[in-house]
Design a binder for this molecule. Structure first.
Ligand SMILES: Nc1ncnc2c1ncn2[C@@H]1O[C@H](COP(=O)(O)OP(=O)(O)O)[C@@H](O)[C@H]1O
Ligand SMILES: [Mg+2]
Length: 205
């Protein structure tokens, strides 16, 4: 379902690959063009979403069943799409979102114990099957991205295997649907990545 009048752009990739940096670059550029733009992220960019995010990431949560975790992320997405994304698209805005369904598929579906198809069914239901017009995947070896990063939260502390599988998953999604994905090497200079993203986004405006 890609019927809204606005434009939905998502950034995906592992931890610390530069998603927030590029979200900011793109939003600044769109805003400078006078294009109504909404910057947002998942999980946590609604009131209830912030509570859900805290619950999931807090080390005090300790072991969370995989199904519980998936449902919490799905609940965050359901609220985020209903409260933030759909209304902004309906108003004709460009919505730039830091992580979306693919992250849930990569981390709850492809990297853990749940079947990908099950996680996808839940995620699509939660988001009412709203799909981005473009997903930018920032691709980087997870060892390089998280190396030296201190104070890891519960998910960042998960095995290297999870992050390696998530990386491969993002790239595979992109390769299967080049019309809706753009993969960029995440350690090109920040300005060069931003320029390549703008070139692609211009085609959609
Ligand atoms: N292209 C790049 N090359 C080198 N360092 C980068 C690049 N993009 C971002 N960084 C740096 O990497 C770190 C993580 O960036 P951030 O945008 O917060 O990543 P994410 O949101 O994916 O976790 C920051 O210190 C940022 O300045
Ligand atoms: Mg970030």
């Amino acid at each position: 379902m890609r019927t809204e009048s606005g434009l939905f752009i998502v950034f995906e990739g592992g931890d610390a690959v530069g998603k927030s940096t590029q979200v900011r670059c793109l939003v600044d550029w769109l805003t400078a063009q006078g294009i109504p733009t909404v910057q947002t992220f998942e999980p946590g960019d609604t009131s209830v979403g912030a509570i859900i995010r805290r619950a999931v990431l807090d080390p005090a949560t300790r072991s969370l069943s995989a199904r519980t975790e998936a449902l919490l992320y799905a609940a965050d997405k359901a609220q985020h799409v209903a409260e933030v994304v759909r209304p902004a698209l309906a108003a004709g805005s460009v919505v730039v979102c830091d992580r979306y369904v693919d992250s849930m598929l990569a981390y709850q579906g492809a990297g853990r114990v749940l079947a990908l198809e099950e996680v996808e069914r839940i995620a699509r239901w939660a988001t009412d099957d709203l799909r981005p017009h473009l997903t930018v995947v920032l691709d980087l070896d997870p060892q390089q991205a998280v190396a030296g990063k201190l104070g890891k939260d519960r998910l960042e502390s998960a095995g290297d295997d999870l992050h390696a599988r998530a990386r491969a998953f993002f790239v595979a999604l992109a390769e299967a649907d080049t019309e809706h994905y753009l993969v960029l090497p995440a350690r090109l200079p920040i300005a060069e990545i931003a320029r390549r993203i703008r070139e692609r986004v211009k085609l959609l405006l």
